[in-house]
Design a protein around this ligand. Structure first.
Ligand code: ADP
Ligand code: MG
Length: 366
């Protein structure tokens, strides 16, 4: 018998890509698409889970779950129990549940964080484990990193747990201090359009690890703890200490951090005009300096821009996934249609295009 139902959203990072592991700034919103899980405790030590999106159920004993012992989607879900037990000191208990999610899987909208955060929120309540929201986000992240074996930062889970409706979540990833920034763009007549390229993500993990290593090595050569500590001036003066590739990687991080701060200032000041060009500049930097875009993503961005989008960029780690376009409401349909025809014209699969709005974080819904 379910004892409760919990929902946790996916996320779109408005701006601040590949800045998180450089101690920098990010600005995600939670979106109005959720993982929803009904959970109940069991009298024995088993974990039994079903997902409407996955063929195979999970059926394991509590003590079996840990790094390297469980694979597939159960690692994200049951892995949360493992991480929560460690973080909270609660002995835990067997449990069962059913999950379904409206966050598309593998689209760069963090269906994995939505899943993990829904389980973390639900299990914490079932087990009476009182953790603050950031500690709860760490539990979901730890399941993903250590049990599922996917290197990811804390941003996705923080967004899924901490966001407020109508707001973006500004996070300083060095201190984890947060600020809720009003981001109700819909009220200004602008839609947040997601263009999901259907291309499979390619070699994501290896290339992600490469970028992290390049950033670390650039910071070391510049004599700082993290690229967060470098201004564009300082980077330009110290350019001789970096080879061309590391210079470009560093330039992306440095300029992207500045774009996040500018974006936040504009949102605070109610100035929507400059947001689009910050987004597009972010895309060009990710494409040219950080080299994490793909032809599909570039084509979707250009299709949106040439049809009148205020700005557009790839979102997520790159190498596939989705594009975010700021679309004036009156022409949002035209921009969606342009992306839908343009990708196949270039030999790519037709995208899935939909709008998102800034939603609130995880909560109990039943
Ligand atoms: P995303 O960008 O969507 O987070 P990931 O590859 O990081 O993509 O995570 C996707 C994985 O998360 C899936 O392969 C699956 O293991 C798990 N997952 C996400 N949503 C669900 C769901 N509704 N049911 C079961 N597993 C899910
Ligand atoms: Mg993910």
């Amino acid at each position: 018998m379910p004892e409760g139902v919990w929902a946790a959203p996916g996320r779109v990072n408005l701006i601040g890509e590949h800045t998180d592991y450089n101690d920098g700034f990010v600005l995600p919103i939670a979106i109005d698409r959720h993982a929803v899980v009904a959970l109940g405790t069991r009298p024995d030590d088993r974990i039994r889970l079903w997902s409407l999106e996955e063929a195979d159920p999970v059926d394991v004993s509590f003590d079996e779950v840990g790094p390297g012992t469980i694979h597939g989607w159960g690692a994200y879900a049951a892995g949360v129990a493992w991480a929560l037990r460690r973080a909270s000191g609660s002995p835990g208990s067997g449990f069962e549940g059913v999950v379904t999610s409206s966050v598309p899987i593998g689209a760069g909208l963090s269906s994995s964080a939505a899943l993990g955060s829904a389980f973390a929120s639900g299990l914490a309540e079932l087990w009476d484990a009182h953790l603050d929201p950031i500690a709860l986000a760490r539990v979901a992240q730890r399941a993903e990193v250590e049990v599922a074996g996917v290197p990811c930062g804390l941003m996705d889970q923080m967004a899924s747990i901490l966001c407020r409706s109508g707001h973006a979540l500004f996070v300083d990833m060095r201190t984890l201090s947060i600020d809720h920034i009003p981001a109700d763009l819909t009220a200004t007549g602008v839609e947040l359009l997601i263009i999901r390229t259907m291309a499979p993500r390619r070699l994501v993990e290896g290339r992600y690890a490469d970028r992290r290593a390049e950033c670390d090595s650039a910071a070391l050569a510049l004599g700082v703890d993290a690229l967060r500590d470098v201004s564009l001036d300082r980077l330009e003066r110290a350019a001789g200490r970096l080879d061309a590739r590391r210079y470009r990687r560093a330039r992306h991080v440095v300029t992207e951090n500045a774009r996040v701060l500018a974006f936040v200032q504009d949102l605070r000041g109610g100035r929507a005009d400059g947001l689009g060009s910050l987004l597009t500049a972010s895309h060009r930097s990710l494409r040219d300096d950080f080299e994490v875009s793909t032809p599909e993503l570039d084509t979707a961005v250009e299709a949106a821009l040439s049809t009148g989008a205020l700005g557009a960029r790839m979102i997520g780690a790159g190498f596939g996934g989705s594009v975010l376009a700021l679309a004036p409401r009156t022409i949002a349909g035209r921009i969606a249609a342009a992306a839908t025809t343009s990708l196949p014209e270039h030999g790519f699969a037709a995208p899935d295009v939909f709008t998102v709005t800034p939603a609130g974080g995880s909560r109990r819904v039943g």
